[in-house]
Each structure stands twice: as C-alpha cells, then as structure tokens.
Design a binder for this molecule. Structure first.
Ligand SMILES: [Zn+2]
Length: 83
C-alpha cells in the first residue's frame, strides 16, 4: 500500500477549475494558519493567483507617487566597479 500524499483538490474561486495543492503547500499553509488564524487557504488556482498578484502590484505602482528608493547606494556601485 502506498501512502497517499496529503494533497488537496480544490476548486478555484475565479475560473472554477480544479487545482491541486501539493502536500508541501498544504503543510506550508497549515503552518501559517497555526500562527495566523485569520489566514485562509488560497481560494484560487496558481494561475489566477499569479494574475491577482500582478494586478495588485500594478495597483500599488499606480497608487504610489513616490518611487521606490534604490536599494544600492553609489558607494556600493563604486565598490562593484572597483573604484
Ligand atoms: Zn483559477
């Protein structure tokens, strides 16, 4: 008898297609929920999640008039160039 992996078949909220949460993902989300009870298992398939993520990133870009501060300073640049 082979051990059944602890994966879950779920239906996407957006496209209504079945998708599988792998055992690793289920474990990961359960771990998060254990620490953050308000956190919920993802309701969307990876494809729709990627789309949502992109949309949110775009919204964030549109909303903020302040550009992200560069992470690297000129000093670090100089070091990289060997000056
Ligand atoms: Zn979907």
């Amino acid at each position: 008898m082979t051990e059944t992996p602890d994966q879950e078949i779920r239906v996407c909220k957006d496209c209504e297609k079945d998708y599988t949460l792998t055992a690793g993902e289920v474990e990961f989300y359960r771990g998060v929920i254990a620490r953050v009870p308000t956190f919920q298992m993802p309701k969307r398939c990876p494809t729709c999640r990627a789309i949502k993520k992109k949309q949110r990133a775009m919204e964030r870009q549109n909303n903020s008039s302040i550009p992200d501060t560069p992470k690297r300073t000129f000093e670090e640049f100089d070091k990289e160039l060997g000056i």
